[in-house]
Design a protein around this ligand. Sequence first.
Ligand SMILES: [Zn+2]
Length: 358
Amino acid sequence: MTTPRLGSLDLSQDAVSLTAALVDVFSVSGTEAALADLVEAALRQVPHLTVDRVGDAVVARTALGRSERVVLAGHIDTVPEAGNLPSRRGEGRLHGLGSCDMKGGVAVILRLAAALSAPTRDVTYVLYDGEEVDADRNGLKRVQREHPEWLAADFAVLMEPTGATVEGGCQGTLRADVTVGGRRAHSARSWLGVNAIHAAGGVLDRLRSYDARLVTIDGLEYHEGLNAVHVAGGAAGNVIPDECTVTVNYRFAPDRSLAEAGDHVRAVFDGYDVRVVDGAPGALPGLDRPAAAAFVRAIGKDPRPKFGWTDVARFTELGVPAVNYGPGDPQLAHTREEYVPEAEVYECEERMLGWLSS
Ligand SMILES: [Zn+2]
């Protein structure tokens, strides 16, 4: 479909109407330019902000010389349309593509950017493209690569849908191949060989007896896991196999770096050949930082740990603790029935305003 030509984005309308206006500007990944233009133009009208742009990522900042700086970030792209445009309101919900993931959150960010001329912390507002596609198209990654100084901060909030509850940090993930050797032989004379598949039983024993850590960081309990996710071995129906590989996946709490996670997996499988094939670091919630602690108090609900991997980890790579917090049920993201409860949009806006005004 074609994007309706909106002359400009009115940041003075209420947050739900603004969400609807954002939903009605088509911005499936790869086509965000029109929406980025509108966002950039609207933010350039705001006298207390400095605005920069790289590609279709727009970054606006206050420069009040406060002792703390926080980032509020959201992606402006959506997954492909599913017959859910234009937006539609009813029964306290706003329906439509991207309403939940995450134009409700983007609307809150834009409202705060316009309203907060003198926030109690300096604020960097980041609206970026390419989140719903391959990581190499991610606009936040582009900003991180080309202008990491734009993201410098003490704390970051990604306004992805969390049901208006703080979700702290995220777990890291690592995949490794644990390979066991043997000696090939004809299965009719099996005593001449060493069966690698049988020997892999030792690897499985270690997995079965593995005690996964429960790690509490800033009051959030992260539950780790180390599991076999694939097994490969065997040469033919009449051959004693000389190699068997067990692929394991380690989901680790964010107190461990990716390198430390690799060391841990190697230690668990000491004596075996271990090769790390893939991994992504986790993200610390950083709730012990003053800006973050004040944030959690302002939201007024118990934070939850995040178990999947999200863009908050990019901030951790920059040394900026980050959390997810935004309107909408994450389980509705990417569905045809996607909607955002209007009350959650207003609630998030109000709580964020309270946090940045106190
Ligand atoms: Zn999202």
